[in-house]
Ligand binder design. Structure first.
Ligand code: GDP
Ligand code: MG
Length: 459
């Protein structure tokens, strides 16, 4: 565990050249250390302020102009005196400034230590701290949105609400225990039972929501399916703007699944090209079919590719089409988009094409940008993107929440078996403790270590 009385410092801006860089310092010695490196500053303000002053970085740099944001007391993110020193963003300058702080008594911050102090100071709860990590790590817009939603209390809000309700139930129950001789009842058994059940179901729903997010690690998968020669490999090339899959007029060219991550309307998406669907005796081709089928089953979105020069829809295409129409374009639970290919080769559109179809030509790039935005739209509105939990929180919390629902189920059983209210109260306390561990109302060193060690230094 980190020593909380130390003064810690680190470079807080990302590595690499930038106009400005930030060195952060936090701890009881903050103002004393600043005084020593700001020779021309007569006195350090006692209120939050911005100070423009040269700071002394020693040879060969000498004095460099800095802008210091200072929080001299505990009314700050980390709950103790802190400052951000804004400097020109060159690595030698930032390193020299950090070294000066270390020379004068600060210690190098551990990864995540600033955020951990904010948590210990009650500025953030644990799910919010993990959201800070999510914001730092987010590599696409969707992850960033999720992290930001969590930061604004997406998970802890409902859980804290349930925790308060449980605390109230427990208070009623315990009040009843105090007056057991007088036979005063503060809450009826039936009320207690139904409230416990309701809270239990709500926690289960939250757990389910988190699990769906956890399953969606990595970008959503978009799988190209269709007959041999439908133009799937040409399409992945057109979507990625690169020749990554072999295109040929010979049917059966694609055997391995070729994959590429593509930006679809701000969403990173894994697009996978597969072998054309066909019945076959050839062993290699059979394996290609199995690979294609597996990708199909794991797809978040299927692109059903149909050659627009075809005279009619084939039976399997017809089946998907009907299934799609019946259930909002979902067949066997898979969202799908119908893509007409080789638009440049057909003069008049066939009658089986309707407004839902995306029409493309990989030769002229017609419809390719539209296809990307349609893919982005479909995935952004799907369940995958809805949940407001980042996956590190999901992993940590699922088990703990299961302990809470187990305890509540036990409490319910204890009431039915009339085993006594003391036992019910004990189970409720257990459930409260578990929920508290998720939001960090109750925490252990082990949980803190696990979460904050994932942060980068300076955050
Ligand atoms: N004119 C035209 N030909 C295309 C288009 N897309 C694919 N083709 C041709 O159709 C044949 C099969 O393409 P390919 O991408 O290998 O199909 P796959 O078997 O579904 O992967 C090749 O000869 C391509 O050049 C297109 O948009 N326009
Ligand atoms: Mg192919």
């Amino acid at each position: 565990m980190f020593a909380n009385e130390d003064t810690i410092a680190a470079i807080a801006s990302p590595p690499g050249a930038a106009i400005r860089g930030i060195v952060r310092i936090s701890g009881p010695q903050t103002t004393r250390i600043l005084q020593t490196i700001c020779p021309s500053c007569d006195s350090i303000p006692t209120r939050a302020s911005r100070i423009r002053t040269p700071i002394e970085l020693g040879p060969p740099l000498g004095q460099v102009d800095a802008s210091i944001l200072l929080w001299p007391n505990e009314r700050c993110y980390t709950g103790m005196p802190s400052a951000e020193i804004h400097l020109p963003g060159a690595a030698p300058i930032l390193n020299a400034a950090l070294e000066r702080l270390l020379d004068h008594g600060a210690r190098m911050a551990e990864p995540g230590e600033f955020t951990m102090r904010a948590f210990l100071a009650g500025r953030l709860d644990l799910t919010e701290a993990e959201a800070v990590l999510g914001v730092i790590d987010a590599d696409d817009k969707r992850t960033l949105d999720t992290a930001l939603r969590q930061l604004s209390g997406g998970l802890s809000g409902p859980l804290n609400q349930l925790r308060t309700e449980l605390l109230n139930l427990l208070a009623h129950l315990e009040a009843g225990l105090d007056f057991v001789e007088e036979d005063i009842e503060f809450i009826t058994q039936a009320e207690l039972s139904s409230n416990i059940q309701r809270i239990c179901h709500q926690i289960e729903a939250i757990t389910e929501q988190m699990t769906s997010r956890e399953a969606a690690t990595g970008p959503p998968q978009v799988v190209l399916r269709g007959d041999p020669n439908a133009g799937k490999s040409s399409l992945i090339n057109a979507l990625s703007g690169q020749e990554i899959a072999i295109v040929s007029e010979l049917a059966g060219t694609t055997r391995d699944c070729v994959e590429r991550t593509i930006d679809c309307g701000g969403l990173a998406v894994r697009v996978i090209d597969t072998a054309g669907i066909e019945a076959t005796d050839d062993a290699i081709n059979q394996q290609a079919q199995r690979l294609g089928d597996r990708a199909h089953e794991e797809a978040d979105l299927l692109l059903v590719c149909v050659d627009l020069t075809q005279t009619s829809l084939l039976p399997w295409q017809q089946t998907l089409r009907t299934a799609g129409a019946d259930s909002g374009n979902r067949a066997a639970g898979r969202p799908m988009l119908f893509v007409g290919t080789k638009r440049d080769r057909c003069q008049t559109l066939p009658d089986w094409v309707d407004d839902d179809w995306v029409l493309t030509s990989s030769l002229t790039d017609q419809g390719i940008a539209n296809l990307k935005s349609r893919i982005g739209d479909r995935l952004q509105t799907s369940d995958v993107a809805e949940s407001s939990t980042i996956s590190s929180t999901a992993v940590r919390c699922r088990e703990t929440l299961a302990q809470a629902t187990d305890a509540l189920a036990n409490a319910h059983q204890v009431i039915r078996d009339q085993l006594g209210e003391e036992l019910v109260a004990a189970e409720l306390r257990f459930a409260l403790d578990a929920i508290g561990r998720v939001t960090g109302v109750v925490y252990t060193d082990d949980i803190l270590d696990r979460i904050f060690s994932e942060f980068c230094i300076g955050k």
